[in-house]
Design a protein around this ligand. Structure first.
Ligand SMILES: [Zn+2]
Length: 156
């Protein structure tokens, strides 16, 4: 199969996955971090939980309260999908190539859920990350496309 057909297949599938998962993706909150006087706290938060956590921290450290704040709120590229450390909601992040390759391993391992919007959203993100990248990712794109077909075919 030529590379052009190969990428066309991935792009077509990404489009279909996007249709299926768009409402879910649009609801995903952006990623946030909490900055403290002692540095970044190292956890990832949705805006809602992060906001309450910052207020909690400020109440318990009134002298330095202005040094606690919620950072982030924009789309980032991560080495894997990210979830709010408090409520567990999946956050709206893009993937690095490494992250996309890891995510395929995980979906392959745990199996695709036919017609599932969350898996569709994850696969769409994986394909959008990999489709235009290096030829060495061709095998991974192929696997992601196979998973996407299994998901979409079962949904119809
Ligand atoms: Zn949350």
């Amino acid at each position: 199969m030529s590379d052009i057909i190969h990428y066309q297949r991935a792009t077509d599938l990404e489009f279909e996955l996007d249709d299926l998962s768009r409402p879910l993706r649009q609801q995903r909150p952006e990623i946030h971090w909490i900055s403290t006087p002692d540095g970044d706290q190292g956890s990832e938060w949705c805006g809602r939980c992060g906001h309450f956590k910052v207020r909690h921290l400020q109440r318990h450290d009134r002298k330095r309260r202005d040094s606690y704040f919620l950072d982030g709120g924009w789309r980032t590229e991560e080495d894997g999908f990210r979830y709010c450390c408090a409520c567990g909601v999946q956050l709206d992040v893009g993937l690095t190539t490494y992250g996309a390759l890891e995510a395929i391993e995980s979906l392959d391992h745990f199996g695709i859920r036919p017609g599932n919007a969350e898996d569709a959203a994850d696969l769409s993100e994986i394909l959008s990350t990999l489709a235009w990248h290096e030829p060495q990712n061709a095998g991974a794109v192929e696997r992601a496309a196979d998973l996407a077909e299994a998901l979409l075919w079962s949904a119809t």
